[in-house]
Design a binder for this molecule. Structure first.
Ligand SMILES: *[C@@H]1O[C@H](CO)[C@@H](O)[C@H](O)[C@H]1NC(C)=O
Ligand SMILES: *[C@@H]1O[C@H](CO)[C@@H](O)[C@H](O)[C@H]1NC(C)=O
Length: 363
């Protein structure tokens, strides 16, 4: 055993000094805890919250110009004699640009675009029917659109409408809308938010192959504000279903299998600053908008260009390792490869979603 080094000196600070320090630092710590209470509780989330059970990741194969028959067989499936009909069901808020990109990408494969929009927000504030008012913009898909309006409730002053309950009611209304749109057993149904866009070749694969799992999550590349800020591959809520009489429209964990790298999820990918503000107040997580300053255009613009969090909160992560890795800004990417083709074909129109395009106009 190695001998311990001898401690030659032991100098302690005088007691009086310690006492004074405590007197000064104590109140500062208490004030800090109050100010950052929300942040601190998020930071300790890994202790009190369990991660969702892990997914089984299905390998996903794709290259241009490979035959459908070969692709189906690579996945362990077989080619159908004819493609499944595809129904794309979304609950729409105000993502007008993402809607255009979504429908342009999926148009060749989709039978009916089923879109439900409410005349109030999830937080009970009256809202314009953004889709109905801008329907002309989607004339290219007109013969495939099946639009429904959800009559929302206005929250009375001071009352707290539970946004998650309202969201659940939307999903029930969606079941009825899909049936009225003519969905039937065996069709492929996409359940996702407007900004969760399956890649076209993924939809084509699932509509042309027999043997695909009846319920399948889609792993999407997650972006924030634009395709310039790729976050990770964490987006998993979108699903595809081979429709059966028991299928229920949902946006939560439904099965253990997930198809890898199946598309894009672009959060807060808005053209105008006013759209950011609308989404921040209408969002299910409206409790995150804590101060009026949060909604200032100049603040939002700065955060967008830095890739910082609009809500000034720590990312919601389940392990300290992930949490620490993700604190701070999202690194900027100069790649515009493997993004929706319609964006590249209309690069001028969608400049704000491409590298170098972070500056937004108020709207
Ligand atoms: C694509 O496939 C066709 C027919 O199989 C072939 O003639 C053509 O050369 C292929 N193109 C590319 C770019 O590989
Ligand atoms: C929403 O639509 C329903 C049904 O058309 C209507 O009764 C209600 O007044 C509307 N609410 C708002 C806020 O416009």
């Amino acid at each position: 055993m190695a001998p311990r080094p001898l401690r030659l000196t032991s100098r302690r600070p005088p007691r009086k000094l310690l006492f004074i320090l405590l007197l000064i630092l104590g109140p500062i710590c208490i004030i800090g805890v109050f100010t950052y209470r929300q942040k601190i509780s998020y930071f300790f989330r890994p202790i009190w919250d369990r991660p969702p059970p892990p997914f089984q990741h299905l390998p996903h194969y794709y290259a241009e110009n490979v035959s459908m028959d070969y692709l189906c067989r690579l996945h362990g499936w077989s080619l159908r004699s004819e493609p499944r009909r595809v129904f794309d069901g979304i609950i729409f808020s105000n993502e007008l640009d993402m809607l255009e990109i979504r429908w342009k990408e999926l148009h060749p494969y989709v039978t009916k675009f089923v879109i439900l929009e409410a005349n109030t927000t999830f937080t009970g504030i009256p809202k314009p029917l953004y889709f109905a008012e801008n329907r002309d913009r989607y004339a290219f898909a007109e013969n495939k659109i099946f639009h429904g309006i959800f009559p929302g409730r206005i929250a009375s002053y001071g009352s707290h409408e539970d946004p998650f309950k309202l969201e659940a009611e939307h999903r029930i209304a969606m079941n009825g809308l899909l049936r009225r749109a003519g969905i039937s057993v065996g069709d492929l149904l996409i359940m996702s938010d407007t900004d969760e866009i399956p890649s076209p070749h993924t939809v084509k694969l699932l509509q042309w192959c027999d043997g695909v799992p009846p319920v399948l999550h889609l792993e999407l590349r997650h972006y924030m504000y634009s395709f310039e800020f790729p976050v990770d591959y964490s987006s998993w809520r979108a699903t595809t279903h081979i429709y059966s009489q028991w299928t229920q429209y949902r946006h939560s964990r439904q099965t253990d299998v997930i198809l890898s790298d199946a598309g894009w999820h672009c959060s807060f990918c808005f053209r105008y600053l006013k759209e950011f503000v609308f989404k921040m107040t209408a969002y299910s997580h409206a409790d995150r908008v804590r101060h009026r300053d949060f909604l200032k255009y100049s603040r939002i613009q700065n955060l967008i260009c830095r890739g910082d969090d609009l809500f000034d909160m720590l990312p919601e992560e389940y392990s300290f390792k992930d949490l620490i890795k993700k604190m701070g800004s999202i690194p900027r990417s100069a790649s515009a490869v493997h993004i929706p083709a319609y964006l590249i074909e209309n690069a001028e129109k969608f400049k704000f979603l491409l590298p170098g395009g972070c500056v937004r106009s108020p709207g």
